[in-house]
Design a protein around this ligand. Structure first.
Ligand code: 4NP
Length: 145
């Protein structure tokens, strides 16, 4: 799960998907930027996740590294800017094929998870709901594979 800072959207996506999948699946998150590396998720992401019984407070932000593109089978990005930035790190077509917009899984009208960083709790709840829908669909697909 990849966003810009790895403190708002992708920690939620990691927590939500982990809460739905069996432990045999490895789920992680990272940011395209390095500014927040080592930090806890944004307190508003921690709070909205807790409202749905998901603890993400243990997560620590990190920047995506080139090896992630070989190690992980699928790399979900939150928006088209993240997609452009991650595609720029790819060394081959096999890595490029792993990059997907997470809302492509959600059958919604939106394709980008909006950045809630400068928003308020309502924006974080909207992000949670978008990601929950996407992760629910994704879980059905992965478990049926
Ligand atoms: P995220 O949100 O990419 O969902 O973690 C952001 C976090 C921090 C910043 C921007 C977006 N920032 O500009 O510091």
């Amino acid at each position: 799960m990849v966003c810009l800072g790895n403190i708002c959207r992708s920690p939620l996506a990691e927590g939500i998907l982990k809460s739905k999948l069996p432990n045999s699946f490895e789920v992680d998150s990272a940011g395209t930027g390095f500014w927040h590396a080592g930090e806890q998720p944004d307190h508003r992401s921690i709070k909205v996740a807790m409202q749905f019984g998901i603890d993400i407070s243990y997560q620590r932000a990190r920047q995506i590294k080139p090896e992630d593109l070989d190690y992980f089978d699928i790399v979900f990005v939150m928006d088209s800017n993240n997609k452009k930035d991650v595609l720029a790190l790819c060394k081959n077509d096999s890595q490029k094929r792993k990059i997907k917009l997470i809302l492509e899984e959600a059958n919604l009208n939106e394709l980008n998870v909006p950045d809630p960083y400068y928003g308020d709790e309502k924006d974080f709840l909207h992000v949670f709901n978008l990601l929950d829908k996407a992760c629910e669909n994704l879980t059905q697909q992965l478990i049926n594979d």
